[in-house]
Design a protein around this ligand. Structure first.
Ligand code: C2E
Ligand code: CA
Ligand code: CA
Length: 454
C-alpha cells in the first residue's frame, strides 16, 4: 500500500510538472520501466526483491529469484542488427509473460537478462519443474521480421530466505548460479551453491590471465590423428589448443575457451589457432588435412568468411587440406546465416565437420539446408557403446543418416579396440581417440615429419 501511495504521488507529481518539464515523466518511467518491454528495469526489480524479502521474512514462505540470460545476446545483436535485436527482446518478453504463472513478478535487468520473483505457493509448480518448462518453452525459435531466430538460455536460481535478503547480493548470487549453468553446459540452469563463489574466483583469475597469456605466447596446438577405419591410415589431425601457464601448468581448453568466448578474447585466440594450424599443415604429411575447432562466437562474427579466406591466402594452405569443426549448437543460433556461411566455406574448397553431433538438437531437418562433409559423433555416445545396447542403434542411425546425406561419419573419443570394432560394424568411416593416439605437439622443426602418435 505504501508503495502504491508513493507511486501515485510520484506520478501525480510528474503530471503536475508535465507542462513545465516533460522530461520528468520520461525520466521517472525510464528508471522504473524498461522502454522496450514495458517491464520493470533493474532498479525497480531491486525494490521488488526487497519487498519479497520483507514478506518472506514475516511469513517464512520461500520465494525464488530466477535470473534468465540469453546466451551471447551481444553477439546475436551484432549479427542480426539492433532493430532485430530489439524485436527479439520484445517477443521474448511477450512469451515470458505467457509462460510464467500469475503472481510472478518479471523484470528486465540487463540487455538480454531477465529476472523473475517466483513464489512456490500451494498448488504452484515446483520451482525445478517450472524452470524446466520455462527453458523448453522460451528456447523455441522466435519469428522475427527477417528470419527465425534460435537462442539458448542460462538460468540461475537463489532462494529467499535461505540465500539471504539483500537484493544486490541476491542478484549477484543468482548470476553466479547462472554463470555456473552456462559453463557447465548441460542443463541450462543451476541453483546457487556456496562453492560457486570459489568457481567464480577461479573464473575471474582465468579472465584476468587470458590477455597476458596470449601476449606471452603461452598457447600452443597439439594434434590428434584421425584414422580411416577401412585402410587404417591417418587421414587428418585435429588441432587442440593448450594453455601452459607458467605458475599453474596446463589449463584445459574446456576451462578457458568458454570464458574467452564471453569476454571476446576468443577472437584473437581463435584467429591465432586457425593461422597456426594452417602453417603447421606444412609439417604434416601432404595427404593429411588439419581440422580446426571454430567457436560459435567466431563462426557468427560478421567477417568470419573474410578471416578464413585471408588466412588461407596468407598461409598458402591448399584449402582442401583445411577442415573446420563447427558444433551443431553454433550452427543452430541463426540457421539462415549459418547456411550461408557454410555455403561460402564450401565454395572456398575447404571441408566442414559438424562437431559434437547428437548432443544439441533433436530436429534434424536443418541438416538438409547445410553444406558440410562430416558428422562427428560426440564422444558421449562412444563411451556408452560397450555398456548400453541402444547407443549402438543410435550410432548406426547416425551412420545411416550420413549416408542419406552423402557425408562421412567420424567418431571421437575412441578408447578401446572393442569400441573400434563396434564402430566398424556400424559403418563409421573415421575414428579418433586415445586408442589411436593422444593429442601431441608437433615434433620440433627440422626433425622428420610427424608420424602416427601413440
Ligand atoms: P572437442 O572438439 O570435442 O575435442 C575433443 C576432446 O576430447 C579434446 O579435449 C581431446 O583431447 C579429447 N579426447 C580425444 N580423444 C579422447 C579419448 O579417447 N577419450 C577422452 N575421454 N577424451 C578424448 P581437449 O583437448 O581438452 O579439448 C576440449 C574442447 O575444447 C574441445 O572439444 C573443443 O570444444 C575445445 N577446443 C580445443 N581446442 C580449441 C580451439 O582451438 N578452438 C576452439 N574454439 N575450441 C577448442
Ligand atoms: Ca572438435
Ligand atoms: Ca566433442
Amino acid at each position: 500500500m505504501a508503495a502504491l501511495c508513493a507511486f501515485a504521488a510520484a506520478s501525480s507529481a510528474a503530471s503536475f510538472f508535465a507542462g513545465v518539464d516533460e522530461s520528468v515523466q520520461y525520466v521517472y518511467h525510464e528508471t522504473q520501466h524498461d522502454k522496450l518491454t514495458g517491464l520493470p528495469g533493474r532498479q525497480a526489480m531491486m525494490a521488488r526483491i526487497r519487498e519479497a524479502a520483507h514478506r518472506t521474512r514475516s511469513t517464512g514462505a520461500p520465494v525464488f529469484l530466477i535470473d534468465i540470460d540469453i546466451n551471447r545476446f551481444k553477439t546475436i545483436n551484432d549479427a542480426i542488427g539492433y532493430s532485430n535485436g530489439d524485436e527479439l527482446i520484445r517477443v521474448f518478453a511477450e512469451r515470458l509473460a505467457e509462460v510464467v504463472p500469475a503472481g510472478t513478478e518479471t523484470g528486465r535487468i540487463g540487455a538480454g537478462e531477465f529476472a523473475l520473483i517466483y513464489r512456490d505457493e500451494t498448488g504452484a509448480e515446483r520451482v525445478d519443474l517450472f524452470v524446466e518448462r520455462l527453458l523448453e518453452q522460451m528456447t523455441r525459435p522466435y519469428q522475427l521480421a527477417t528470419h527465425l531466430q534460435s537462442i539458448s538460455l542460462s538460468i540461475g536460481i537463489v532462494s529467499l530466505p535461505k540465500d539471504g535478503y539483500e537484493p544486490v547480493r541476491l542478484l549477484r548470487l543468482s548470476n553466479l548460479a547462472l554463470q555456473h549453468a552456462r559453463t557447465s553446459g548441460v542443463g541450462g540452469w543451476a541453483v546457487f551453491h556456496p562453492e560457486m563463489g570459489e568457481v567464480a574466483d577461479y573464473r575471474q583469475w582465468i579472465e584476468s590471465e587470458l590477455n597476458g597469456a596470449f601476449e606471452r605466447g603461452e598457447f600452443s596446438l597439439h594434434y590428434q590423428p584421425q584414422h580411416d577405419l577401412s585402410t587404417g591410415r591417418i587421414v587428418g589431425y585435429e588441432a587442440l589448443m593448450r594453455w601452459n601457464h607458467p605458475a599453474r601448468g596446463m589449463i584445459p581448453p574446456a576451462e578457458f575457451i568458454p570464458i574467452a568466448e564471453e569476454t571476446g578474447m576468443i577472437a584473437p585466440i581463435g584467429a591465432w589457432a586457425l593461422r597456426q594450424a594452417c602453417l603447421d599443415a606444412r609439417r604434416l604429411p601432404q595427404e593429411c588435412f588439419v581440422a580446426v575447432n571454430i567457436s560459435a562466437v567466431q563462426f557468427m562474427t560478421r567477417d568470419f568468411i573474410a578471416e578464413v579466406a585471408a588466412t588461407v591466402e596468407e598461409t598458402g594452405i591448399d584449402p582442401s587440406r583445411l577442415e573446420l569443426e563447427i558444433t551443431e549448437t553454433a550452427m543452430m543460433q541463426d540457421r539462415e546465416r549459418a547456411a550461408a556461411i557454410l555455403k561460402d566455406l564450401t565454395a572456398m574448397g575447404l571441408t566442414v565437420a559438424v562437431d559434437d553431433f547428437g548432443t544439441g538438437y533433436s530436429n534434424l531437418s536443418y541438416l538438409i539446408d547445410f553444406s558440410f562433409h562430416k558428422l562427428k559423433i560426440d564422444q558421449s555416445f562412444i563411451q556408452r557403446l560397450e555398456t548400453d545396447a541402444s547407443t549402438g542403434a543410435v550410432v548406426s542411425t547416425i551412420v545411416g543418416l550420413s549416408r542419406a546425406l552423402g557425408v562421412n561419419t567420424i567418431a571421437e573419443g575412441v578408447e578401446t579396440e572393442h569400441q573400434a570394432t563396434l564402430l566398424r560394424a556400424a559403418g563409421c568411416h573415421i575414428v579418433q581417440g586415445y586408442y589411436y593416439g593422444h593429442p601431441a605437439p608437433l615434433p620440433v622443426e627440422d626433425k622428420p615429419r610427424l608420424r602416427a602418435v601413440g
